[in-house]
Design a protein around this ligand. Structure first.
Ligand SMILES: Nc1ncnc2c1ncn2[C@@H]1O[C@H](COP(=O)(O)OP(=O)(O)OP(=O)(O)O)[C@@H](O)[C@H]1O
Ligand SMILES: [Mg+2]
Length: 147
């Protein structure tokens, strides 16, 4: 399937870039005129995925986070957040709600949040190589009061 529009954003894993990432993705998707709820859902999911790159993938260093946003026919949006960090040993386990390797510091709810705010969540990872998170959302067809 070929996207009808696409943007790639590569940023360093400084915590200050998390806010930029979520706003940048939201502003690209704004061309589809999403609802406030849809845009907030997307921002929340992107925020969780990018935060995971910053705090888990690159816990020992600052490195690049690769974000691709693709818009397909019929208002389908796919966002890929990729890192070349430490990777995840057991993806299935990592995706369980409340599972965290960060001790008492974090809630272990990031993947659960991504899964509930998006229509589909796909995670691929290789230990020592990195992780790719694919977030998919089908935007609704809005009926407008003012045409
Ligand atoms: N990009 C990543 N690279 C390496 N490990 C990751 C990555 N994303 C998630 N993980 C692993 O998966 C676990 C679960 O992630 P999740 O986002 O659900 O919870 P968390 O980040 O620990 O807590 P929270 O998101 O609630 O602050 C993490 O604790 C971490 O071990
Ligand atoms: Mg997290």
């Amino acid at each position: 399937m070929k996207p009808i529009n696409e943007v790639k954003i590569n940023l360093l894993s400084c915590s200050s870039n998390e806010a930029f990432a979520r706003v940048a993705v939201a502003s690209f998707i704004a061309q589809l005129d999403p609802t406030i709820e849809e845009i907030n859902d997307i921002k929340t999911a992107v925020s969780e995925a990018v935060t995971n790159c910053i705090v888990h993938a690159y816990s020992e260093r600052i490195d690049t986070v690769y974000i691709t946003v693709r818009i397909f026919e019929n208002r389908l949006v796919k966002i890929t957040v990729r890192d070349r960090g430490c990777g995840i040993d057991d993806v299935k386990k990592a995706m369980e709600p409340l599972y965290t390797t960060a001790g008492g510091e974090r809630a272990g709810l990031g993947f659960a949040v991504m899964g509930s705010f998006m229509d589909k969540l796909n995670v691929r990872s290789k230990l020592g190589k990195g992780t790719t998170v694919i977030l998919t959302k089908q935007l609704s067809y809005r009926t407008r009061a003012n045409g």
